[in-house]
Design a protein around this ligand. Structure first.
Ligand SMILES: [Zn+2]
Ligand SMILES: [Zn+2]
Length: 399
């Protein structure tokens, strides 16, 4: 789920337009190439076409070390598309690797779509191990429902493939019910302190529960840590912030980046006061960590566009947050609640977007507060009341 600045509807329209424009250009080129194929349908030209444009929505990338990475489309919720990846290669002993990166939401149509995608990799691209009974690894980028919700389904269909996730996200998969109850409670307290009305809080809590009631717990076979390797080859890079256990996976000169780096959108960053290891400070550190990884030609994200200039995109996201932090600081010349900050940054919001706006605004307020640039303006009241609405105001810059 994402959020970006300005008027939300205008922003959503702009993103849609951008994606449509990109899609249209690609379509035009594809149509011209397809017409040329009618004149000369030789096997060579067919495979050149497939390599360039993909087939049935599946695109193949090849790492400098010869691994094949298939980008597969999965509509995880109505109108919400995830890219799931299948990686085929060999480990240092020469054994086959057939790795699935993310498993979609668990919605039955999404499961089917991923199976169809694998079938395309198998039949159209000739990838022998693109079959559930040949999978060797299932790796989850992070514990958000659109990325791991299919874990029950796919581990049942591919019981031979161990399920791996970063250790900080393993609990969400293994004790999902506990996590859901605790997260809803913490979120309730947070929303109260943010200044939302109790009707709005009830509505959002119900929505939060509903959106997550899709999943039941699943056993995790391997808990990953920063710099470990999967299949003795692919390096894990821990990038917390968007989610505590968010990881990227290096496949030669290609980097699977999950939700950490997206283009043209940015991932939602919740505050650490709701979930430890999230928050802006962790997220920024994760970006800086990725910025230092050398030799990445292509970053393959879980949503939106493929990124060919990872460093440039990271710099743009860092700048985006710097500008937003300044806007919050300037806005807090008068004491402000988190709800008011959310309004300042994102304007009027509806439905689930209110939750995204209030958590993202809170992450910026929290960061500035921790860095000593914002202070609590109503400290007496905060001391007196049980769950008071907190107001923040800008501290004068230190001379
Ligand atoms: Zn996510
Ligand atoms: Zn996502």
């Amino acid at each position: 789920m994402f959020l970006d600045d300005g008027d939300p509807m205008a922003r959503a329209a702009a993103v849609r337009e951008h994606l449509t424009a990109v899609e249209d250009r690609a379509l035009e080129e594809r149509a011209a190439a397809a017409l040329a194929l009618v004149d000369d349908p030789s096997a060579d030209r067919m495979s050149a076409y497939r390599d360039r444009y993909g087939a049935c929505g599946v695109r193949r990338f090849t790492s400098g070390e010869g691994d094949r990475i298939y980008q597969m489309r999965a509509e995880t919720f109505p109108g919400h598309v995830n890219w799931v990846y299948f990686v085929a290669g060999q480990d240092p002993s020469g054994a086959d690797i057939a790795l699935l990166w993310d498993v979609g939401s668990g919605v039955s149509t999404t499961n089917e779509e991923i199976e169809d995608d694998l079938d395309v990799a198998h039949r159209v691209f000739g990838e022998a191990n693109a079959r559930l009974d040949r999978l060797t690894h299932i790796v989850i980028s992070h514990a958000h429902i659109d990325h791991f919700g299919g874990a029950v389904y796919f581990t049942e269909k591919a019981p031979q493939a161990p399920l791996a996730v970063h250790e900080l996200d393993a609990r969400v998969l293994e004790a999902f019910e506990e996590r859901l109850v605790v997260a809803s409670k913490d979120l309730g307290v947070y929303m109260k302190r943010s200044g939302l009305s109790s009707e709005k809080i009830d509505e959002l809590e119900a929505m939060h529960r509903l959106s997550k009631e899709l999943f039941r717990s699943v056993r995790v076979d391997r808990r990953l840590r920063h710099r470990q390797r999967v299949a003795h080859r692919f390096e894990v890079i821990h990038t917390p912030g968007h989610c505590p256990g968010h990881i990227c996976l290096r496949v030669g000169d290609h980097l699977l980046v999950g939700d950490q780096v997206l283009d043209p959108i940015t991932p939602n960053i919740p505050p650490q006061s709701i979930t430890p290891f999230t928050g802006l400070e962790n997220y920024i550190n994760g970006l800086v960590r990725l910025r230092a990884v050398e030799g990445i030609a292509v970053a393959l994200p879980a949503h939106a566009e493929v990124i060919t200039d990872l460093g440039g995109r990271i710099d743009a996201i860092l700048e985006h947050h710097r500008v937003r932090l300044e806007r919050v600081y300037e806005g807090a010349r008068e004491p402000m609640t988190i709800e008011e900050v959310a309004h300042l940054l994102y304007g009027e919001r509806d439905g689930y977007d209110v939750l995204l706006a209030i958590t993202e605004a809170g992450a910026h307020v929290e960061y500035l507060n921790e860095m000593g640039r914002l202070r609590i303006a109503n400290l007496d009241e905060v001391q007196r009341e049980r769950d008071p609405v907190i107001r923040y105001s800008a501290r004068a810059p230190i001379k």
